[in-house]
Design a protein around this ligand. Structure first.
Ligand code: FEO
Ligand code: CA
Ligand code: CA
Ligand code: CA
Length: 606
C-alpha cells in the first residue's frame, strides 16, 4: 500500500508497525514514561509488595485496570477555585483523574486460578481488596525537566472505591427501586464499579461511567421480585459465570439485596478539586452500561451530553439540559445535568437520524407497559429505548464531538452476533467494528447539538482493507494522489477516542489481537485531503487494550491507559514471562498509565 499521510502538516510522526510482543511501542523521537501502575502508593514513596496487600492498603494505592484519564490542570495560584484551576490550562501541573474498571484476581493474587473450568478460588480478603482496587484515582502530577512526577504529598490525592459514599440526584433519587436495607432513603449509595471511560465537564468536574456492572452480582433471577427480572436479565446481573463477590458480600447477591443492582449503571460526577466532595450519581442520564459521557457546551444554549451503552444491539443517547450553559456561572452549571430530557438515537437508511425522547407518559413509556414514572424509564432505559424504536447498534463505546468541526463520532467496537442489518450497522458478524460520523444542523464548528434530527455517514469501517472477507474488509479514506492507508495504519475494534487541538482523531482499540497484532492508538484527520487515513502511533504489550487517551491542554503530553496487560490465555500472577511494565520477578504484570512526549518537547503527533 502507498504510505498515506507523508504530506500532512499536522500528523507527520513516523508510524510504528503492527506487532505482538511483550513490550509497548511508540514512534522514533518519542519517549514513554511509566507514570502510575496498580499498587503505587498515592501518599508515600515506597515500593509495592503485592503479597502484603490488604484492603486498607489498596484503598491508599492506585487501582487495577486503569481506563478513562482526565487531565485537570492546577494553576500556580494557591487561592484559585476549582473552576479557576480548570480554566488555567496549565499543562505543567494537574490532577490525573483515572478510572479503574474491573479486577482480575488471577492477575492480582498469587496462586489464584481463573481457568476455563471456572475454578474460582475467591477468598473474602481478596474480594475486599478487589473492591478497593475498582473505582477512580485522583493524583497530582507535575512536569519537571520533561518528566512527570507524582506528588505523594498532595492534599488532592484520593481514591474512590466500591465503598465510597455517594449521593443520588435526578428523577430516580430516592425511588423505592433504589432502596436497600443499608439505605432506606434510596439516595445514598456506597461506591461505584465498572468504571470504564468518562468525560470532563466545562465547570471542572469529571464524569465517571458505570459500565460492566452485571458481573459483580450473583444470585438466581427467578428468586427476586418479578419487576426486576427483565431489568436484571438485560444487564446480565445474576448470571452464573459472574464474579463471586456475592458469596462474601450480601450487597452483591441479588436474592439477599434485590435492589442493590439498581444503584449501579449510572453516570457519576466527581469534583477532583475538592478532596472532601461527595461524588454524585446522575440518574437523569439513564441507567445502562455507560461507556462514557462527552459534553458539548455552548454559551446561552442547553448543554448536551452524549453517552453510549456498550453492549451488542444496544443504543446511544444524548441528554439535553433544561437550563442553559453560562460559562461565568460555574456553580449554577453544576445543576444542569440534573434536569433535562434523555433521547435515544434512531438511524434511517437514507442517512438521516432522529433523537427519540424518553419521556414518561409518551409513546410506550406508560403505566400500561410498566413505566409508572420517569424514574422507571431511567432505571429500565434499555427496555424503554427498545420500545420507542431506537436503532440497535454494534456496541456503542466512546462518543465524542470534534472541537474543530463540531461533528460527533460514535465508536462501534464490534458485534459478532449481528445476523441482520440495521441502519448504520451494515456488516453481519461485525468483528472489526466501525465509526459513524454524526452531523447536526449548522456549519462546521457551529452545529446545533440540541436539534432533534441529524445526518450520519460511515467514517471508517475497521479491518484490513485487503481482506477478502467482506465482513472484515476495512474502508478508509483516499488521498488526493490515490494515497491509501498503510500496512500499519489499519485497525479494528475502535473503543475510546480523543481529539487533539488541530481536530485530528486519536482512536484507541480493544480487540486487534484477533487480527494478529497489538491493540493501540491510531491518529487521523477528520477533514482535508487525508481524512480518515489513520497512522499507527502506539502499540500495547501482549494481552492489553488501550484506553483513556488524553492530551495536556498544550498538546505536548499524551497520557494513555494500558489496561489488562498479560491478559492472554494461561497467563496468571505467577506467569514467568508476562511481567510488563516492570519485568521484575517480584512483581506481576501491572496495568499502568504511560505519559508520551516528544524527545524535543514539541507537540505530540506533529
Ligand atoms: Fe469498558 Fe466498553 O469498554
Ligand atoms: Ca472501553
Ligand atoms: Ca474519550
Ligand atoms: Ca474495552
Amino acid at each position: 500500500a502507498l504510505s498515506g499521510c507523508q504530506q500532512q502538516q499536522t500528523l507527520s510522526f513516523e508510524e510504528i508497525a503492527h506487532r505482538l510482543d511483550h513490550h509497548h511501542h511508540a514512534p522514533n523521537g518519542y519517549q514513554t514514561q511509566r507514570l502510575l501502575s496498580w499498587g503505587d502508593s498515592l501518599h508515600r514513596q515506597d515500593s509495592f509488595t503485592p503479597d502484603t496487600l490488604t484492603p486498607a492498603a489498596q484503598a491508599q494505592r492506585f487501582g487495577f485496570n486503569n481506563d478513562f484519564i482526565g487531565f485537570m490542570p492546577l494553576s500556580n495560584q494557591q487561592t484559585a477555585t476549582g473552576y479557576e484551576h480548570f480554566t488555567s490550562s496549565n499543562s505543567q501541573r494537574g490532577l490525573l483523574c483515572v478510572n479503574h474498571e474491573y479486577t482480575q484476581p488471577h492477575l492480582m493474587f498469587s496462586g489464584y486460578r481463573d481457568d476455563e473450568d471456572g475454578d474460582f478460588n475467591t477468598r473474602p480478603e481478596h474480594v475486599a481488596i478487589e473492591q478497593q482496587a475498582c473505582g477512580h484515582s485522583v493524583v497530582e502530577i507535575e512536569l519537571q525537566n520533561g518528566h512527570w512526577q507524582v506528588n505523594t504529598d498532595s492534599p488532592y490525592n484520593r481514591r474512590i472505591t466500591v465503598t465510597t459514599p455517594m449521593i443520588v440526584t435526578g428523577p430516580a433519587a430516592g425511588h423505592p427501586r433504589l432502596q436497600t436495607s443499608q439505605d432506606p432513603s434510596g439516595a445514598r449509595i456506597l461506591g461505584t464499579l465498572g468504571n470504564c471511560a468518562g468525560g470532563k465537564t466545562p465547570w471542572g468536574t469529571v464524569m465517571i461511567a458505570e459500565e460492566g456492572i452485571g458481573s459483580a452480582f450473583i444470585g438466581n433471577r427467578s428468586n427476586i421480585p418479578k419487576t426486576e427480572q427483565d431489568n436484571y436479565q438485560r444487564l446480565a446481573i445474576g448470571n452464573d459465570d459472574n464474579r463471586r463477590w456475592g458469596d462474601v458480600d450480601p450487597r452483591f447477591h441479588i436474592e439477599k439485596e434485590p435492589n442493590e443492582a439498581n444503584r449501579f449503571g449510572w453516570m457519576v460526577e466527581l469534583d477532583p478539586y475538592d478532596p472532601e466532595s461527595t461524588p454524585r450519581k446522575l440518574t437523569s442520564l439513564g441507567r445502562f452500561e455507560h461507556e462514557g459521557t462527552t459534553i458539548v457546551a455552548k454559551p446561552g444554549k442547553p448543554i448536551v451530553a452524549y453517552t453510549g451503552d456498550d453492549d451488542e444491539f444496544q443504543f446511544f443517547y444524548k441528554f439535553v439540559s433544561a437550563g442553559v450553559y453560562q460559562p461565568e456561572q460555574p456553580a449554577a452549571n453544576r445543576q444542569l445535568l440534573e434536569q433535562g430530557t434523555l433521547y435515544a438515537a434512531k438511524l434511517n437508511d437514507d442517512g438521516s437520524g432522529e433523537w427519540l425522547s424518553l419521556r414518561h407518559g409518551e409513546a410506550f413509556l406508560t403505566e400500561q407497559f410498566g413505566f409508572h414514572s420517569q424514574a422507571d424509564v431511567l432505571i429500565e432505559c434499555r427496555r424503554a429505548a427498545a420500545m420507542i424504536g431506537a436503532t440497535p447498534m454494534d456496541r456503542p463505546e466512546d462518543i465524542e464531538t470534534n472541537p474543530v468541526n463540531d461533528c460527533t463520532y460514535v465508536m462501534l467496537t464490534k458485534n459478532k452476533k449481528r445476523k441482520t442489518q440495521d441502519p448504520g450497522n451494515m456488516r453481519l458478524n461485525n468483528s472489526a467494528g466501525h465509526i459513524l460520523e454524526l452531523l447536526h444542523p449548522g456549519k462546521d464548528g457551529q452545529r446545533d447539538h440540541t436539534a432533534h434530527t441529524f445526518q450520519w455517514n460511515t467514517f471508517i469501517l475497521g479491518g484490513d482493507p485487503g481482506s477478502d472477507t467482506l465482513n472484515n474488509q476495512g474502508f478508509y479514506g483516499t488521498g488526493p494522489n490515490g494515497e491509501t492507508v498503510s500496512d500499519a495504519g489499519w485497525f479494528a475494534t475502535p473503543d475510546n477516542l480523543t481529539f487533539d487541538r488541530q481536530g485530528n482523531m486519536w482512536v484507541a482499540t480493544d480487540g486487534c489481537e484477533a487480527f494478529g497484532f497489538h491493540d493501540g492508538l491510531w491518529a487521523m484527520p477528520t477533514a482535508g485531503p487525508y481524512r480518515a487515513i489513520p497512522k499507527h502511533f502506539f502499540g500495547c504489550p501482549l494481552g492489553a487494550e488501550l484506553c483513556g487517551p488524553e492530551f495536556t491542554p498544550d498538546g505536548n503530553t499524551l497520557f494513555v491507559s494500558v489496561q489488562h496487560p498479560a491478559d492472554a490465555h494461561g497467563s496468571t500472577f505467577d506467569h514467568p514471562v508476562h511481567r510488563w511494565p516492570d519485568f521484575d520477578e517480584a512483581l506481576p504484570p501491572r496495568p499502568s498509565v504511560i505519559a508520551i512526549r516528544r524527545k524535543d518537547g514539541g507537540r505530540v503527533g506533529s
